[in-house]
Design a protein. Structure first.
Length: 112
């Protein structure tokens, strides 16, 4: 029981980090957790995404994505599809961090 607070703290920290949006773009559709289509206009998107520069800036399923270099570093693997009807999720890349976020919250489960 002496280590109970340490174990509890470790679980809480790992849970927080598991929801960070560290993304890896895979080469093949069957490797992906989520198929993504990039729309031309913000109002067509389910999620507005801002690409952050540093891993520690990645959000908690709020549209702030950090693209990792290796598949094993990612929480979610995505595949960019060619056509909108092939996608699980439609995204629009925004210029500013404060513009990021969900427009269609019914799709939020895709990135948990």
């Amino acid at each position: 029981m002496k280590n109970y607070p340490i174990i509890l703290l470790s679980l809480l920290i790992s849970t927080c980090y598991s929801y960070s949006q560290k993304i890896y773009s895979v080469q093949y559709e069957n490797q992906a957790n989520v198929k993504v289509f990039v729309v031309k206009y913000e109002n067509q998107a389910d999620l507005k995404v801002f690409k952050v520069q540093y891993e520690n800036q990645a959000g908690d399923n709020d549209g702030k994505w950090f693209f990792v270099n290796y598949e094993n570093q990612a929480q979610k693997k995505i595949f960019f599809v060619e056509y909108e009807n092939q996608a699980d999720l439609k995204v629009f890349f925004v210029e500013y961090q404060n513009q990021a976020g969900w427009r269609n919250k019914s799709k939020i489960h895709l990135l948990y």
